[in-house]
Design a protein around this ligand. Sequence first.
Ligand SMILES: [Zn+2]
Length: 464
Amino acid sequence: MLTIDNKKAVLLQAFGAAETVTGSKLLVRTPSLNIMIDCGLFQGLKSLRAKNWQYPPINPSKIDDLLITHAHLDHTGYIPLLVKYGYKGKIYMSAPTRELCEIILRDSAKLQEEDAYKANVHGYTKHKLAEPLYTIADVEVALKQFVTVELNKLYQLNNYINFQFFPAGHIPGACSIKLNCYGKHIVFSGDLGRRHTPYLPSPQAPGEADYLVMEATYGDRLHENSDAGEQLTAMVREVISQGGNLLIPCFAVGRAQELLLLLYQLKQERKIPKEIPIFLDSPMASLANKVLLHYPEWTTLANRHWQKVLSSITINKDFSGTERIIKQKGSKIVLAGSGMLTGGRALEYLKHYLGDDRNIVLLIGFQAAGTRGRALLNGAYEIKIHGGYYPVIAKVHEITGLSAHADQQELMDWLYSNNKAPIKLYLNHGEPCALEALRVKVKDKLRWDVTILKQDQLEVLYAV
Ligand SMILES: [Zn+2]
């Protein structure tokens, strides 16, 4: 067998999102540069979250460049720590990602500081003294290394390596990345969005990839064909007829905006009453709304339309407002973060709404293992929030058609759009069942060499 000298090869290693959907961190080791793609936090299962507290598997000072596909916390949330531990290089991302990322990281640090404080005051921690993973001060230091890149433009890292960002749909600013590395193209999908969503471009074809690294969040599922608007209409009508409330936990960036747009359309079409109040209880989502207005070229929706959508809802920013909304009589629709119910304002609503069968909790995004969202989808009879147990009496529904992720067919279509069979396809960012289903599908339909990336395992791509 031909052996390759690792010092003269291009190697790939996953430090996260390997057989799971969070903690995205990929490292491309080359003879001249070490390049990291995404730098996300682990979320969900405690065993995964514990990894956030471990020192990185590579000394961050040995990483030369960091490229970020999109702003979601599971792709960016570890950046402040990487910098704290010694990463000195640039952090490249698209303009909307940069602005969203600043909001998301500051919010992440704030939540962690608040959670640590609450845990210490109320004593619901088993640790002696709860500490935040990082602080707002750590975030501010990291932001200084951010650099904005333009779409489809080549950026040279050295004589052998350049890169290019191209649209991935998913959320505003989200990109796939093509690394032209020692004469071969390595394409990283990032998170791929759905085709024909109401306000985002469809993912762009990878082009001519020699190696592909593709996400597989919904590698084993097809999204429902049924109209998401009709399903949502039925749920809104149901809560109104019963005097209940509709709680929609959602990612503040991306999902919240698409949902607001859909609800606005349903009101315009008189499918749901104009009078039903819609609350967006998320300081972060309200900031994200403004970012969309700054980058009209990144959405397919005109700014004046966005203004109308935003003026039709009530945005709440402060915590006292949450109590007022909860106490307000009459049916209402509430959108609040976080999308997988791992934290945020949505938990306050859950505490009040879960125990009443007139209420509906609607889950629309992917719910990772170990999150309260997954527990609800699995039919849990009680949910633990801030040390207390809350019985699940409210109805729990899901609409997968509103997901920000491509389904199996859309992932396959993205692969078909590569102009040639790659030397190898690597699958990441999926739970084991999803990865395995997609691996088998690719092998059967495309007959490509396909491998599921394993945590920390070194993959030798090619000699240079
Ligand atoms: Zn994402």
